[in-house]
Design a protein around this ligand. Structure first.
Ligand SMILES: [Zn+2]
Length: 114
């Protein structure tokens, strides 16, 4: 396991960790996972650079949904239970992550390499 970053967001500390499936069982069958209760994001070790970036942005969006309260507010607005809302959140983030990367690159806020 390797800590990639420690991020402060909304007064919370989030550690971004690169790990293998052996080191983090939650990564089995996934490229990344966010464990809100631990303040940790795990990204599978050995991903290609573009997939690593996609996963990194995707997982940070989950963190932002949680820590900013966007997720809770939206869930309350939609009157959904946790299981149903998790699917909505995942769908939104799957659309948003590549759009953010494309937009930020086009705006010159993110290089092609990152
Ligand atoms: Zn996700």
């Amino acid at each position: 396991m390797k800590t990639l970053r420690v991020i402060q967001l909304c007064g919370q500390t989030v550690e971004v960790i690169e790990a293998s499936e052996d080191e983090c069982a939650e990564l089995i069958g996934k490229d990344g996972v966010t464990i809100d209760t631990e303040g940790k994001v795990y990204i599978k070790a050995g991903l290609r650079a573009d997939r690593h970036l996609d996963t990194y942005v995707h997982e940070l969006l989950h963190v932002m949904f949680n820590l900013t309260g966007i997720g809770g507010a939206l869930q309350g607005f939609l009157l959904m239970n946790d299981k149903r809302f998790a699917k909505v959140e995942e769908g939104i983030i799957r659309l948003l992550a590549p759009a953010l990367i494309t937009t930020f690159r086009a705006a010159g806020l993110m290089s092609e390499a990152a």
